[in-house]
Design a protein around this ligand. Structure first.
Ligand code: NAD
Length: 326
């Protein structure tokens, strides 16, 4: 470690999300925050004051005193900054998407492997309490439907909605379905910004599963939902509220103690629908993913949302984008 005692983590880009990185990192006793760097000097000064940590006037000085950094700048800058961090022997947490080009992502992965540093990417929904609950269940969906809708916000518009929002659901789906994608259909429209603001994609997997994804950043209301359909089973997740609900068809009357609600179907060959809404302990997904990053550094282990899985999500996102652009 560069200061010989605790792990020093710096934050680069302290805008909207960088502020939350600082808030969560400052709760973690196993590390120290080495400082911040932001090209916007007044924002850097404000955050430095709020968290009582040093603000550096250039990136190099922050990297020299850090063992790891969070890169929370606009996406178009992820590659350049992460590359410089790896060159200075820092582990790197990069906000999603990893970069805006596959060749840049590939170069970062090679560099990280050469200097033996960890890349974790901010695919935060994998740390959502409801999704973590889903991972404990038997999952073999035939059909998945996702909706990720947000009101318009000028932040994030340097990339199309596929790279900004849909990539969260792509990453999740790729982590659930262990099969190649056979076919992609997609459509999207630039409504407000210079890039696609609303998009739909249909992915068909080799195992027969179909995923239908809709992402919009021009909606009136916010919605982050996923529905999974599999034999005798329907599961729905509300990422915003951290809720998972399951409807399961059973041939025998379920144990009423565990079943919240039982609905009989038919009089002969009775079936029962069992409704279950597990009690999920709440946690902050950003804190959880930053703790995972720190744990991966201390234990030299591969993070869940490593550079490879993030690059795969980027590859599919760019393919969707190119289908829309045709
Ligand atoms: P933002 O515009 O609020 O903040 C970006 C900050 O980076 C600004 O303070 C800006 O001054 C600073 N900056 C710009 N150029 C810089 C440079 N060269 N060096 C240092 N700092 C620089 O944007 P945001 O909403 O915080 O988004 C930042 C990143 O986080 C984006 O990649 C975005 O995709 C990602 N993001 C992820 C999630 C998520 O759910 N995981 C949510 C929001 C944003």
């Amino acid at each position: 470690m560069k200061n010989g005692t605790s792990l020093q983590i710096g934050v680069i880009g302290v805008g909207h999300l960088g502020n939350f990185h600082l808030r969560q990192l400052s709760k973690i006793s196993e590390i120290s925050i080495s400082g911040i760097y932001d090209i916007n000097a007044s924002r850097a000064e404000e955050m430095s004051h709020n968290y009582n940590i040093p603000s550096f006037s250039n990136l190099e000085s922050l990297l020299n005193v850090s063992d790891a950094v969070s890169v929370v700048t606009p996406t178009s800058l992820h590659y350049k900054i992460a590359m410089e961090a790896l060159d200075t022997n820092c582990h790197v947490f990069i906000e999603k998407p990893i970069t805006d080009s596959l060749s840049h992502a590939g170069t970062l992965l090679k560099k990280a492997s050469k200097v033996k540093k960890i890349i974790q990417v901010g695919h935060i929904e994998r740390f959502n309490p409801a999704f973590m609950e889903l991972k404990k269940m038997d999952i073999a969906p035939h059909f998945i439907e996702t909706h990720r809708l947000a009101p318009f916000n000028p932040r994030g518009n340097d990339v199309p909605v596929i790279l900004d929002l849909m990539i969260h659901d792509l990453d999740i789906i790729l982590s659930l379905i262990d099969a190649e994608i056979l076919d992609i259909r997609a459509n999207g429209v630039k409504v407000v910004s210079q890039t696609v603001d609303i998009a739909n994609a249909r992915l068909e997997f080799e195992n027969g599963c179909v995923a239908n994804l809709t992402a919009s950043r021009i909606s009136q209301k916010e919605l982050r939902k996923m529905r999974l359909f599999q034999e005798d089973n329907y599961i729905t997740i509300d990422f915003q509220k951290g809720i998972l609900e399951e409807y399961k068809v059973c041939q025998e009357e379920p144990n009423i103690v565990t079943a919240k609600e039982v609905i009989k179907i038919g009089t002969e060959n009775k079936k029962y629908i069992l409704y279950n809404r597990p009690v999920i302990p709440k946690h902050d997904a950003l804190e959880e993913e930053l703790r995972h990053f720190i744990h991966s550094i201390y234990h030299a282990s591969r993070p869940e949302t490593d550079g490879d899985s993030a690059t795969e999500a980027l590859r599919i996102a760019l393919e969707i984008q190119s289908i829309i652009d045709q």
